[in-house]
Design a protein around this ligand. Sequence first.
Ligand code: AHR
Length: 514
Amino acid sequence: MIRRSIRLLASAALMLAATPALHAQTPATLHGEAPGATIDPRIFSQFAEHLGYGIYGGIWVGPESKIPNIKGYRRDVVEALRALHVPLVRWPGGCFADEYHWRDGIGPRAKRPVKINTHWGGVTEPNMFGTHEFMDFAELIGAEAYVSGNVGSAPAGEMEEWVQYITAPQGTLADERARNGRKEPWKLPYFGIGNELWGCGGNMRADYAADVTRRYATFVKVPFGTKIQKIASGANGPDYNWTEVMMREAGRMIDGIGLHYYTVPGDWKSKGSASDFTETDYARTMAKTWKMEELLTKHSAVMDKYDPAKRVNLAVDEWGIWTDVEPGTNPGFLYQQNSLRDALLAGVNINLFIHHADRVRMTNIAQMVNVLQSMILTKDAQMVLTPTYHVFDMYRGFQGAAVLPLDLPKVWYGRDEWVAPALHGSAARGKDGVVHVALVNIDPAKAQHLEIALSGITSTSVSGRILTSDRVQDVNDFTNGARVHPVAFTGASVANGKLVVDLPAKSLVVLDLP
Ligand code: AHR
């Protein structure tokens, strides 16, 4: 169904491109005089699930490990994440969340039960990384915590007590927490009412899920004077009925509703390689990722019906590219490489989130380390930063900035029947007055010359960084190191009220105009 509508969109786009009258472009303009919504830093958030080497080996090695660590957390990973200014981390799942019983992960580590991670590889789950380890990890990297509760296989009271254990300043659960090493309550600003209730979270129908959400949300309570935002389990891609029913029946009891959409280059049976793909595969992937625009627009429109004031956040709490696993690795571990293609795809999505910043106030790329489109890959004591890590780093200036409208020429890129806009951009003004402009050219062969009129912007200089490489298939790995990394960009200038950019093929550029 998705594939069919993307193909239709693609043919429509090709037709537009073929119509000469439509080649006349509106001039490219950056509007500084009309700032829009503030970009919630949380749209640059991450997701860390008990899955493969996402937690164990990727974040947690234990205090006894030979791998350099800070109280059990890998030092290299912690330092890289701190440098990235990760605003928030979602944990413990994912599908794992609806099988997780929080009491398994507290108390002396040696006494914790060993369970089976039935969803991800059927391997043992040692419960060495539990509530204390996660909440302390979030603090260590300077991020907020977003904990997803177990709705699918645990009673509401279990969830209520978990929230109390984390947040209560006094009482039996607070005493137990103190005995386990943490006297002060943690801050818990976000809580997920289950995950994918339409699937691994319980295979519920929308009406039933909305009722269950109301019931479980009732028992998520934090101490007087503190706040917690409750995020309902959201739709699977284009399931607008899910959002409709959830908003209609449970909207007043929640602060956010999720949305999960993965870019799968092929289909779920044969997703396609992470680094060995053709140009048609590339174009199809980009056309499919651009589907996010339609999803955000249509889910937002449904939400507008019930919440015109936009109180409820559309939290895209799982997104990213999902390819086949690397050959020879456990299929249940979702370990995939990360190429320049993935970095460009991340840029496309981030720009879309920025365009929808009035409704989208949190997104969580899946996932943080060693799983799906990760920021970081580790192998024993080695670590590499992926091209996607660098994208998040390059966009740091957008966190908390005010959106500025940016009109770009409509240029298309396509291969076979797969078509998507070649140019993607967004702009924002930071609190310090600096204007940030992000530009992505997904065309693997064609550079773009842009002349962008600056309206209401008096900057006279520009600097920036570019992320590109020889091939869109290029990756950073343990043999060749950091092949894809940002470098200073010299292809932009400001003169006579215009920003002129020579944007190379297959590149992502972020510019600062002081
Ligand atoms: O991110 C991997 C999995 O994808 C999550 O556990 C689940 O929520 C989704 O289907």
